[in-house]
Design a protein around this ligand. Structure first.
Ligand SMILES: [Zn+2]
Ligand SMILES: [Zn+2]
Length: 402
């Protein structure tokens, strides 16, 4: 399933050289537009990200790809607004001009055409600078359990697959993603979204469905219960529990964590863009290169902290990076991991490192280690009260038996 991992150690001599040719790219893989339940035009949404230093963006509407001809009533568009102010159409015309904006009908019957991804790609994409990746949020459920999986770089829509249990539903959708990848040869990155949304999925669910390699350790939607509640772990804690079950009991590879926006609202109000993103270290700004990098663990999740010289990958010998400083901001890095002698204590805090340079060696004492960096700087657009800017590295130093 992850052939690259198998050959990584054999290539370790050349790997450092290959890494030197890579660049860091910033991206958001979870975004909604008027094509499903977002409240702005897809081109306005892309424009927001393109003008806020993002290199790649996946528009991931619910169970739909932005293809074909689609017109939407202006009345319905305006109803999506959670705040008043200049109309969505007026903002759209102001930004793109009347030549680009297509309308038909008048008054109450006025409709606006939603641009398909192919047209957005022509307008916005620039090699090495701006990439749009076709994506979908496969939005499924089992009874009241919400199972949402983003499929990034799809070549056709994937219908929710359903199942007889939450785990089977997860598995069926992931297998549909794998089947499309196998049929087309086009790599697809699937990530499980917001496990605590409506308290849907347990750490055991995440652990047991080993087809899943990625999940959202942070999602910017305010309703996803990021911090958990008494007797329900928050997203970060859930990650450590699931990974410990995988490594100790299942001999399965750990989950990697993404931060995403899950943005819906672009005119004020909550679920707004710019809250969480990934930084991927890839050979080029192309879908296959980014996905390959992420499958190797060559990325980190961020809500506002930038890391330099990050050591990554399953075979890394240490958590090692330098934090890019900002004026008047201090940083604390907490190292988490599970000790071999105490697997019943998943994700123990193994130490806190203050300052910009972080180095924590991996030893045989641990199943894996990872780091969370927390800045003294409040998040500029928080999704929960008291949120500070953070970054999460991927688990390193882990092994699974063949
Ligand atoms: Zn969702
Ligand atoms: Zn979503």
């Amino acid at each position: 399933m992850r052939p690259l991992l198998l050959i990584l150690s054999a290539l370790s001599c050349t790997f450092a050289q290959e890494n030197a040719d890579r660049q860091w790219y910033k991206g958001n893989t979870h975004t909604h537009t008027l094509w499903s339940d977002g409240n702005d035009f897809p081109d306005s949404v892309v424009d927001w990200y393109a003008t806020h230093d993002y290199h790649f963006l996946a528009l991931s509407d619910h169970n739909i790809l932005s293809r074909g001809e689609r017109w939407m009533a202006m009345k319905a568009i305006q109803k999506r607004r959670v705040t008043l102010g200049k109309s969505t159409l007026a903002k759209y015309r102001q930004r793109f001009g009347t030549d680009w904006v297509e309308t038909r009908g008048e008054g109450d019957q006025l409709e606006v055409r939603l641009k398909p991804l192919a047209e957005l790609k022509k307008r916005f994409e620039k090699p090495g600078e701006c990439l749009l990746i076709e994506a979908e949020e496969i939005t499924d459920s089992f009874e009241k359990v919400q199972i949402h999986i983003n499929a990034i770089n799809v070549s056709d829509v994937i219908k929710p697959q359903k199942g007889r249990s939450p785990r089977e539903t997860m598995r069926n959708n992931l297998r549909a993603v794998q089947a499309q990848e196998a049929a087309t040869g086009q790599p697809i990155l699937a990530h499980l979204n917001h496990p605590n949304f409506q308290w849907s999925l347990s750490p055991e669910d995440l652990a047991q469905v080993v087809e899943e390699q990625f999940f959202e350790v942070y999602n910017g939607h305010p309703s996803i219960n990021h911090l958990g509640k008494p007797n329900r772990p928050g997203d970060e804690n859930l990650w450590d529990i699931a990974n410990t079950i995988r490594l100790v009991e299942l001999q399965a590879e750990p989950l990697y964590g993404l931060a995403t926006d899950d943005s819906h609202n672009y005119h004020g109000g909550d679920a707004s863009p710019g809250r969480g993103w990934v930084m991927g270290h890839a050979a080029s700004l192309e879908p296959a290169a980014l996905i390959m990098a992420m499958r190797e663990g060559a990325f980190y999740a961020s809500t506002g902290v930038t890391l330099n010289h990050l050591d990554y990958g399953m075979a890394s010998k240490a958590i090692r990076f330098e934090i890019e400083p900002e004026p008047c901001v201090t940083y604390k890095t907490e190292i988490f991991g599970t000790r071999r002698k105490s697997p019943n204590l998943p994700g123990e805090s193994l130490g806190v490192i203050e300052g910009l340079k972080v180095h924590f060696p991996m030893t045989d004492e641990f199943h894996y280690i990872r780091a969370t960096v927390t800045a003294s700087k409040p998040h500029p657009n928080p999704s929960f009260q008291g949120q500070l800017s953070q970054a999460w590295t991927q688990p390193i130093g882990w092994k699974v038996s063949p």
